[in-house]
Structures are given as structure tokens and as C-alpha cells.
Ligand binder design. Structure first.
Ligand code: F6R
Length: 241
């Protein structure tokens, strides 16, 4: 893993954008994208750049089951607002939260086929405080592919900040599996803030274990981790150069 420590999320977003820009200039065509607070500064750099996205395909990590694309809490809506409205891609895939209400397995199978047909060149990730990647919570098998996952109480609580009240947070999501994520040629993981410091330490220095889903990234051959000083604060000094 290559670890880049920046002062804050603003600098981290700029550094992440440079990696995507370089990758795209070198031929990357399919990007795996993420939502949440972490990638916002990356997308801000993206929209103000002159990067042409007409030939790019994006595949998002996850979507809540039951939310329509025009629901402001849906990940469809998030991606439109933060990136695609200003930088439309040739094709953008986000799991279909409504199809998933009727037939979660069919929605998941459909998404796995999309990933198979469009192998991901660069996958963007955030990380949860418990080490989750996408909604692959501790205990998820490293063999998982896209499927319906039940959200844990902690994740529902953490994500309730985006909803009017906690009862509105969906109870499940359609989510890429760890095997899908590991199949990407390159992975860029971003994390900012003290509340991510323990997960970052476990991911980088801890054992590879399904109890810390992100720890599997130690086995991937091309991972760049972009963190700020607060998220790096529990790391051994040798990683902070
Ligand atoms: C987002 C996702 C999640 C987040 C993680 C961190 O598509 O799948 O795994 O990356 O929960 O969330 P934030 O960035 O809000 O701290």
C-alpha cells in the first residue's frame, strides 16, 4: 500500500483527484465510485477541472433498498448532485434501489453482470469506523459479490445524520462485495478525521481478517491510501512520511 498523508480533506481531495486524472489520461475507462462525506472534496476538484468524462463509465458501490433515484437521500441523487450534473459520464451505473425492493437477488445479479462486462480500472473507497468498505460490515466474507446486505445498528445510526429521523434510514442496501472491489486494477481509499484513525491503523497494521473488511486491501497489489493527519494519528511513524 502506498500511504499519502495530507494536512486535511481539502488537500486530500486534490491529491485523490490527481491520481484519477493521471489514471484516466493513461487509459482508465471504468471507475468505481463511492458516496458519503469523504469523497466530496475529490468531486469538488473533479467538477472544477477540465477533465473530459464523455468516454468514462462509472459503477457505484452501493444504494439503499427502497429509495427512488430522485430521493435526496439516495446515492443516485448524491452522485448527480456532486458529480454527474456537472460532469456527465458516457454511462453511470448505481444499483437500482427500487428493483431491489421487488427482487433483491435479481438486482444484485444484474449488477454483478455489469461489473463483469465493465472491469473496474480504478475503485474509490471510503472506510467506516468499524473498518467496513461499501456496506461490507465486519464478518462479511472476502468472497462476497454484489448482494442485499442488512445494515447494522451502528451504520444506521451513523447514516441517520443524512435523514430527518433514524426511522427513515433504510434497513438494507444493494452493495458490491469484497471480491468485486478486489477485482479492480487499482484502489484509492480516502479517510479523514480522528474518528477514522483506529480503522486506518487496523487496515494497514493489523492482521488480514474478515472482522476488519478493509484489511483485505493489504493483499491487493495497487492500493493508494489518502488520509489526513488526524486519520493517520494512530499509525506507526514509519507510515507517515
Ligand atoms: C459509500 C460507502 C461507505 C462509506 C463509509 C464512510 O458509498 O459505501 O462505505 O465510504 O461509510 O462514510 P463517510 O465517507 O460518510 O465517512
Amino acid at each position: 500500500m502506498k500511504i499519502i498523508v495530507k494536512e486535511n480533506d481539502i488537500e486530500g481531495g486534490a491529491a485523490a483527484f490527481k491520481i484519477f486524472e493521471k489514471g484516466i489520461k493513461n487509459g482508465a475507462k471504468v471507475l468505481g465510485l463511492a458516496t458519503g462525506s469523504t469523497p466530496v472534496t475529490l468531486y469538488q476538484n473533479w467538477v472544477k477541472s477540465d477533465l473530459n468524462c464523455d468516454n468514462l463509465t462509472s459503477i457505484n458501490l452501493d444504494e439503499y433498498v427502497g429509495l427512488k433515484p430522485d430521493n435526496p437521500q439516495s446515492y443516485h441523487y448524491f452522485m448527480q448532485k456532486h458529480l454527474f450534473d456537472k460532469k456527465p459520464f458516457k454511462k453511470s451505473y448505481v444499483p437500482d434501489g427500487l428493483e431491489a425492493t421487488k427482487d433483491p437477488q435479481a438486482a444484485a445479479d444484474h449488477y454483478n453482470q455489469i461489473i463483469k462486462d465493465n472491469p473496474i480500472d480504478i475503485q474509490l473507497l471510503g472506510i467506516g469506523r468499524n473498518g467496513h468498505i461499501a456496506f461490507n460490515e465486519p464478518g462479511s466474507s472476502f468472497d462476497t459479490v454484489t448482494r442485499e446486505v442488512k445494515l447494522t445498528d451502528n451504520t444506521i445510526k451513523a447514516n441517520s445524520r443524512f435523514f430527518d429521523n433514524i426511522d427513515e434510514v433504510p434497513k438494507s442496501a444493494i452493495c458490491m462485495g469484497i471480491a468485486n472491489i478486489m477485482s479492480a486494477k487499482k484502489v484509492v481509499l480516502m479517510a479523514f478525521g480522528k474518528n477514522k484513525a483506529h480503522a486506518i491503523k487496523e487496515m494497514i497494521e493489523g492482521p488480514v481478517t474478515e472482522q476488519v473488511p478493509a484489511s483485505i486491501l493489504q493483499k491487493h497489489l495497487d492500493v493508494v491510501v489518502i488520509i489526513d493527519k488526524a486519520a493517520a494519528s494512530e499509525l506507526d511513524d514509519k507510515y507517515k512520511k
